[in-house]
Ligand binder design. Structure first.
Ligand SMILES: [Fe+2]
Length: 212
């Protein structure tokens, strides 16, 4: 996938360059912006099945893309905060929150690649424990996304907001949608077999026996 931003970890560039990557020059260009965002939208094809294939899909479609989107959002949030920090309409603390989401997500993803996904693929003992830790980290990320949603008033820029502010909220909305979907996929398709409580297995087994 050709991404509209530099690889994660590369030094962030100016807000103007960030805007241009998203199809927004001196004047908003909805068609160009839609074309840019379309690069990030999933096709209607359902995610692949099979653990190894799904892990690769999550890496290529979500992990890599999300880091770039969040870095762009952080660039815009920092610039907007400097410009509009004195305004009552500006959500104070937004750039700190976006930075926390980026930091939490990068650390979480590093743990998944270094430890969790290899254990899942190997079917290692102890997978249940690390899968539980990952779902706990997902819960913390969801709390941060809830805060992002509230702080941006459901990603609705106030009347008169500048272009950078508006693009920032579009990116925040995209971060919210993609990160929630990524975590849902990981929990439902990768972690859930390892998270089933022993008593649940017994109940399921008893129910199946009773219906035979
Ligand atoms: Fe995760």
């Amino acid at each position: 996938m050709d991404l509209p931003f530099p690889p994660p970890g590369q030094a962030p560039d100016s807000a103007d360059a960030t805007l241009q990557r998203w199809g927004v020059g001196e004047q908003p260009d909805p068609a160009a912006m839609a074309a840019s965002l379309t690069q990030l939208i999933d096709s209607e094809t359902p995610p692949p099945t099979g653990m190894a294939t799904l892990i690769r899909h999550i890496h290529e479609r979500y992990h890599h893309v999300l880091s770039g989107v969040i870095e762009d959002a952080l660039t815009l949030a920092s610039v907007c905060e400097a410009a509009h920090g004195a305004s009552e309409a500006w959500p104070h603390g937004l750039s700190d929150l976006v930075a926390e989401i980026l930091d939490d997500l990068e650390q979480h993803q590093q743990r998944e690649y270094a430890v969790v996904f290899p254990m899942l693929l190997a079917g290692s003992a102890g997978t249940s424990g690390v899968a539980g830790i990952m779902t706990d980290e997902h819960a913390r990320l969801r709390c941060r996304l809830d805060a992002l949603t509230a702080m941006t008033r459901q990603f609705t820029a106030p009347p008169g907001a500048c272009v950078k502010w508006r693009v920032l909220y579009v990116l925040c909305c995209k971060i919210d949608l993609d990160l929630r979907e990524q975590m849902r996929m990981e929990e439902n398709e990768l972690f859930s077999p390892f998270l089933r409580h022993p008593t649940e297995a017994v109940v399921c087994s008893d129910t199946m026996s009773a219906t035979r």
